[in-house]
Design a protein around this ligand. Structure first.
Ligand SMILES: [Zn+2]
Length: 459
């Protein structure tokens, strides 16, 4: 499977037939991952504001017109059990992107998957009622995955798309992290948000009670963690040092870990429910999950993700191995954890130590990491780790970075870089690749280089 992620706006701007021709001819693509549901700009919309446009599509920012939502037609019968009923994306009038692209894709022999992503906005009707509650008792703009209406929404959306359109399956994206990672900013683009961790709503309280986890103890633990983080950022070193103080918190408040795990359970239950919903429509429809970048460079997060367990919930895993933007993202992670838990460790040493834990080899030092990016060898290693991890229980499709936006001084991949990354994934035994994040960011030369690698390795 050679897939590519593309949003509605590209078909509107460039024409359905023309985009599909480019994907096939330049990228050797045989599967379209059509962004059907998201309120986020990572998968939807044109190039993100402030970044240079690629050499195709409208050269004009959609910052003011981008809204997001469901770019297909929501059929009301599937949303009876949820308050999230009004999600139709208004960006392109009455356009139904799945109904538009599907016949043209079929005519060309392309498969089509609907990509759906858990990114919402707080002004969508119903969101306020089903949003998470943070440590201070405030509603956030993100959905609580324990709320029955939220679970009913995802199952309803997956069922709607699979019943209403003759598609090949669903790819589900949920990059949200639990409270421990959020408190430490231990992901790729996160700020340290220790006072805003979630979720302390009534449904979480109920789930915790059923598992014998103390709700108040969890809240107290996260308050102490917040104090630890804020003191670290203010350079107030605990007498026993940062790491010891952090570890002591985990020992004294095991509820910190338990609450983080509870988030994962909610997230993974939604994955399982989406799979069940899709398979209930037709057994041969395929379900894939996007496995976020933090899984690659945060060893604590890695410990919470068993590939073989995830493999049981999906037909394929899209494992993010974005190497070009990976440099600045990894540096960001090291700087964040180096500001709190590992504040006593010189940053360069922390990076080298972490490289050993992750089985990274020969990557750039911290100072040069953003400008160097991660290597094709990183792509190969992470592909092999995933293939070993799933133990043949599902397919592994590495997500390949083509033009994912980076900071002004950070590395921009050349066509040769994209060729090398694609080749590294396929030569490592991957079952295919998915070009990411979205066509509206991709320079055509890089797409063609990726296609060249596919043709050389697949004949
Ligand atoms: Zn909740």
């Amino acid at each position: 499977m050679i897939g590519l992620q593309v949003g509605a706006v590209s078909f509107v701007d460039e024409g359905t037939g023309q985009v599909l021709d480019i994907l096939q001819e330049r990228g050797a693509v045989n599967t379209v991952f059509l962004t059907t549901f998201t309120y986020g700009r990572g998968l939807g919309g044109r190039q993100i504001p402030g970044q240079p446009f690629p050499d195709h599509g409208k050269q004009e920012s959609d910052e003011k017109t981008f809204h997001g939502g469901n770019y297909a037609t929501p059929h009301s019968g599937f949303y009876g059990q949820t308050v999230l009923k009004q999600t139709r994306a208004p960006d392109h009038g009455d356009l139904d992107i799945v109904a538009t692209v599907l016949p043209a894709a079929k005519q060309r022999g392309l498969k089509l998957f609907c990509s759906i992503e858990d990114v919402f906005r707080s002004d969508v009707p119903g969101v306020r009622e089903v949003a998470e509650v943070d440590l201070q008792g405030r509603r956030t703009g993100a959905l609580c995955l324990f709320h029955p209406d939220v679970r009913a929404f995802w199952a309803g959306l997956a069922t709607d798309l699979c019943r209403s359109y003759d598609i090949d399956g669903i790819l589900f994206f949920n990059e949200r992290n639990g409270p421990l990672l959020n408190a430490l900013g231990a992901s790729h683009a996160q700020n340290i948000a220790s006072s805003r961790v979630t979720c302390f709503c009534e449904f979480h309280e109920k789930a915790a009670r059923e598992k014998g986890i103390g709700f108040e103890r969890a809240r107290e633990g996260y308050r102490k963690l917040d104090q630890f983080v804020q003191a670290a950022l203010a350079d107030q070193r605990p007498s026993d040092g940062y790491f010891v103080e952090f570890w002591r918190l985990l020992v004294e408040y095991p509820e910190i870990i338990a609450w983080d795990r509870l988030f994962d359970e909610g997230k993974h239950r939604v994955l399982a429910e989406i799979k069940d919903a899709v398979k209930a429509v037709r057994q041969d429809l395929q379900v894939g999950f996007h496995i976020e970048h933090v899984n690659s460079f945060n060893p604590i997060f890695r410990a919470t993700r068993r590939y073989d367990e995830l493999a049981g919930k999906a037909d394929f895993l899209k494992v993010v191995v974005y190497n070009n933007c990976g440099g600045e993202r990894y540096a960001h992670f090291i700087n964040n954890v180096g500001s709190t838990v590992f504040r006593d460790v010189p940053r360069e040493e922390l990076l080298r130590f972490n490289n050993h834990l992750l089985n990274y080899d020969q990557e750039a030092g911290l100072k040069d990491l953003a400008t160097a990016g991660l290597s094709p060898d990183y792509v190969a290693r992470e592909t092999k780790r995933a293939l070993e991890g799933v133990r043949g229980k599902c397919r592994v499709l590495p997500g390949i970075d083509i033009g994912i936006p980076t900071g002004r001084t950070s590395r921009k991949a050349s066509a040769q870089d994209t060729y090398a990354a694609t080749k590294a994934a396929l030569a490592s035994g991957a079952d295919g690749v998915i070009f990411s994040r979205k066509y509206s960011e991709m320079p055509l030369a890089n797409l063609a280089a990726a296609g060249k690698a596919v043709r050389e390795l697949r004949g």
